[in-house]
Write a protein that binds this ligand. Structure first.
Ligand SMILES: [Mg+2]
Length: 252
């Protein structure tokens, strides 16, 4: 565990805070004030400063940036279902070793973008299933952390994406950013820039390039393991995980 550490002392402090100041949520800790008093001051005033360091205090509540596809949503499976039924193919997920779909089903990048745009307007899009364990895990994380979505999807999918998030993760995310990596119609933005904008402490992602793009010396990344992000040379700040339960073990 590299963040909250699960230390009893930190939990005691959080418990104390919740009891003493039930009307004040600890989220986001770094920006919270009570009549101009910071949380660290509250702890200091109550002789709790010896129990928890400033660094530990800040680690209790993090700004967590979260990707959508293959982290919250089983996008690939839904696209395959759409493709098989629309183009009479027999694709399966284990055939995809890259997120460049055209490498697997053929055609050009633009044709693939057009297919995915068509998919996003189809009845298949609302049927995208959440990743196993994602809803429960996000609910847990939302209790103490500030959660922001950063997706590479284009803004042209914003309406459908918000509807889907509201269905499976209602009233959960503070902000949703689209970085437009799969379109030529909108300006592409860097996930790293958005992470800096929201001061993300942690990114949960499945794309290795985006993971590297978001590193800044302090930020950590949890990388959901998939065929398209394999590497024998991950930096210490990127940790591979197999599931949401494993991800939670690294955070809580
Ligand atoms: Mg993804």
């Amino acid at each position: 565990m590299f963040y909250c550490g699960g230390e009893d002392r930190i939990r005691t402090c959080v418990s104390f805070h919740s009891t003493r100041f039930p009307s004040v949520r600890l989220k986001p800790l770094g920006h919270l004030s009570l009549d101009g008093t910071s949380v660290s001051q509250i702890f200091n005033q109550n002789n709790l400063s010896g129990l928890v360091s400033q660094e530990q205090l800040q680690s209790i509540c993090m700004n967590i940036a979260i990707d959508i596809d293959e982290v919250l949503a089983q996008f690939l499976q839904a696209v395959i279902d759409y493709h098989n039924n629309t183009y009479n193919t027999n694709l399966t997920t284990d055939q995809f070793h890259t997120y460049h779909f055209w490498d697997t089903w053929g055609g050009t990048r633009q044709e693939a973008i057009d297919k995915v745009a068509d998919f996003a307007r189809s009845d298949y899009f609302p049927k995208i299933k959440p990743v196993e364990g994602a809803q429960e895990a996000i609910q847990i994380l939302n209790q103490n952390h500030t959660l922001t979505v950063i997706t590479a999807r284009p803004e042209t999918m914003e309406k459908e994406t918000r509807l889907w998030l509201n269905t499976y993760f209602p009233k959960t995310f503070d902000q949703i950013f689209f970085t437009n990596h799969w379109t030529d119609e909108c300006e592409t933005r860097s996930k790293g820039d958005i992470c800096n904008l929201v001061n993300a402490d942690l990114l949960i992602e499945d794309n290795l390039d985006y993971a590297h793009d978001c590193l800044n010396g302090k930020r950590k990344v949890l990388l959901f393991n998939h065929p398209w992000n394999q590497s024998d040379d991950l930096p210490d700040s990127i940790t591979g995980v197999q599931s949401w339960s494993e991800a939670l073990e690294h955070i809580e």
